[in-house]
Write a protein that binds this ligand. Structure first.
Ligand SMILES: [Zn+2]
Ligand SMILES: [Zn+2]
Length: 147
């Protein structure tokens, strides 16, 4: 038996249409979309979902970025005491030398979860741009030079 596919409008063999259900008399009800078109539809569906998941991930990351930003705004440089208010961009986390770091906070934010970020922040000192540079130099030259 020849059927016309609802989507591609082509004449196809009945076998080219996916089985749906059985009628009480045992005859098979088939889909009105051929297998080929069905595959296209599910592919499209998958793609759309993927985009949705991606958008959701993006949103999650945005929230994490915001969280870290606010954390910086509400903190002070641990060296000079300057507030991060209004300049969170210049505040940065620096891992304490005794801690094993998972990664930079700015990197982790891109794919991590909030609890992981929190764990990592605990291993860090927060410094303003100025102090970051100073601490960097101090570390390079060894601890004995610290006050
Ligand atoms: Zn078709
Ligand atoms: Zn500072």
């Amino acid at each position: 038996m020849i059927k016309i596919c609802r989507v591609c409008k082509e004449n196809k063999q009945e076998e080219d249409f996916p089985k749906r259900t059985k009628r009480p008399d045992g005859s098979i009800i088939r889909a009105t979309i051929c297998k080929l078109c069905q595959r296209q539809v599910s592919k499209k569906h998958y793609k759309e979902n993927k985009d949705m998941y991606r958008a959701r991930d993006k949103k999650k990351n945005k929230e994490l970025f915001k969280f870290v930003r606010e954390y910086k705004e509400n903190s002070k440089c641990e060296r000079c005491g300057i507030s991060g208010k209004g300049m969170p961009e210049s505040m940065d986390f620096k891992h304490k030398e005794t801690e094993i770091k998972k990664g930079r906070i700015s990197k982790l934010v891109q794919f991590s979860k909030k609890n992981i970020i929190m764990e990592e922040i605990k291993k860090c000192n927060l410094y303003c741009a100025n102090c970051q540079r100073i601490v960097e130099v101090e570390r390079k030259h060894g601890h004995h030079k610290k006050k």
